[in-house]
Design a protein around this ligand. Structure first.
Ligand code: ATR
Length: 287
């Protein structure tokens, strides 16, 4: 990689950000297409998100991705919001265009591609449980509605965060239920559910678990965890032991990243190169 006076800069803002695999994926893609671009990771405190984004614009960066905990806050920090990001209620990709910060959301696209790839599954007509109602949870739950899910159950520790998701799914006309993340609430719905998607950050840290019981899961369930490191969270392990089909978030990270790459560079993303770079960065020799 040759950095010079015309290198275009993109990156990711998050907190914590040190373990992100996005730089490996995007920098491999730039190298494969011989683009003079670089992707960096920035630890940004939520209270500094607005000024950091103004810096992106004012210093002439091409854009950034946003991850935990910035995706919802960003709605108030960008100057234009793409229709899809507005509908999904969260921004995970910012593009600087004509000197303006424009917010997009590629998570909805990413999860749809991931479920198709890992499970050969479409959300149309499915009963879906989304665990989490932060930026990722909100985007995934609304996307499930957009895809024509038969029902969406949203479970979150802080129940009030589910409200905007209920409003949007009601608007689309999809039956929706609000639950707590606990065995009691989930036990009432799980026998009818087809797909479970974890969009909480629980499981990222070693030993961390939502504490869901194995008896909730059976072979009728497809369980997807947006977490990709560790490769198998406690949730995925519990579900797999109970006979459910499981997959981790590497495929969603890949596809949301490929779409972001295309928004920035206006070039087709080299998805195979990006996948290989991600697998090596995340799982090393195992890949
Ligand atoms: P993102 O925008 O990437 O989704 P976020 O907005 O910080 O990040 O959301 C994180 C999600 O993980 C939320 O659903 C959060 O639940 P709360 O809304 O109750 O905070 C969930 N989460 C984080 N830590 C949790 C924990 N210890 N138990 C249960 N849920 C947790």
């Amino acid at each position: 990689m040759q950095i010079d006076g015309s290198t275009k800069i993109v990156g990711v803002f998050g907190s914590p950000i040190v373990h992100t695999a996005s730089p490996a994926m995007h920098n491999a893609a730039f190298a494969a297409l011989n683009l003079n671009w670089v992707y960096l990771a920035f630890e940004v405190d939520p209270q500094n998100l607005r000024s950091a984004l103004h810096g992106v614009r004012d210093m002439g960066l091409a854009g950034v991705n946003l991850t935990v905990p910035h995706k919802i806050l960003a709605l108030d920090c960008v100057e234009e919001i793409d229709a899809e990001a507005r509908r999904l209620g969260a921004v995970n990709t910012v593009v600087v265009e004509d000197g303006k910060l424009r917010g997009f959301n590629t998570d909805g696209y990413g999860v749809v591609k991931a479920l198709a790839e890992d499970f050969n599954l479409s959300l149309k007509g499915k009963r879906v449980v989304v665990l989490g109602a932060g930026g990722a949870g909100r985007a995934i739950a609304v996307q499930a509605g957009v895809e024509g899910a038969a029902e969406v159950c949203v479970a979150n520790r802080t129940r009030s965060r589910i409200e905007p998701i209920l409003t949007e799914l009601n608007r689309i006309g999809i039956p929706v239920r609000s639950l707590g993340i606990n065995n009691r609430d989930l036990r009432g719905v799980m026998p009818e559910m087809d797909v479970v998607i974890n969009a909480t950050s629980v499981g990222l840290k070693p030993g961390e678990s939502l504490g869901l019981d194995g008896t909730l899961f059976s072979k009728r369930h497809h369980v997807y965890d947006t977490i990709y490191r560790p490769a198998e969270t406690a949730l995925l392990r519990t579900a797999a032991v109970a006979g459910a089909k499981t997959a981790n978030g590497l495929s969603m990270l890949l596809h949301q990243g490929a779409r972001a790459f295309e928004l920035w560079t206006k070039q087709k993303a080299p998805v195979t190169v990006m996948r290989r770079a991600l697998e090596t960065a995340v799982y090393g020799a195992r890949a």
